[in-house]
Design a protein. Sequence first.
Length: 310
Amino acid sequence: MGQPAIIVENLKKSYGSVEAVRGVSFEVAEGEVFALLGPNGAGKTSTVEILEGYRRRDGGRVSVLGMDPERGERALKERLGIVLQECGIEELLTVGEAMQRQAGYYPRPRPVDEVLRIMDLTDKAGARIRTLSGGQRRRLDLALALVGDPDLIFLDEPTTGFDPGARRNAWAIVRSLCDLGKTVLLTTHYMDEAQHLAHRVAVMSGGRIVAEGPPDSLGGRAAGATVIRFRLPAGVAMADLPVPARAADGQAVIETEEPTRALAALTSWAVARSLELPGLTVAARSLEDAYLELVGQDGDAAGPAPAGAE
């Protein structure tokens, strides 16, 4: 197996007296989607900008495709694709013009027509960028990042503001990047997005990584309790239930490592009393549940950060 696409060892970054990144270490393998999660102020943006070469680190070692991004080497920039949360493109250009210009910056770009086809923008090649919808613009952002045929792509909140259909389409595009052999580092606030796309995730809080691993195992999910939820029937109190439960978001919640036994006891009890259990669901702890336990229920465990220090 080759060298990891990204190696981060004991990375540190401070803004005055504020330590935004406090000894962060992780690796990203070639060809995987790695999601970096965390609340605002956790240190994600500072970490990613250091990897992209936009910020200088205060300590630690960073290797991106075998090079130090702080040196700003052209050989590295030619192998990176970056999709920011908001990308500024001259709106009077056509899609095709913007793509051709971007392709000209790279020594071995992919054919523009091919990239437009991958991003489902072929019929928009002659359209001016100002006429595109929000979803079409985001696909263009991805196309501009891909046309240089990069080995590593940074995606910063790629589906913010998308409706559910557009988000699903964007997910398909990210999966297509993996099919092309690309490595993707993704930042997102959507837990279902990380669950769906990422091979591995790391959660940052307070400038440190507090958990790392496949989404299904994060925070002990693989071995964790099953969660049974339902609304209490009229006239039934929590204390009346045959198994221990707690109230959360207007529902009764049962967490158990013996879901078959607990569910049998609960449903037998309800049937014997001719009761329905409205909204009954049985599921493993979600990635969002694990995430909130790791960073705090308010999702802001790190506290406020100075400008640019997220």
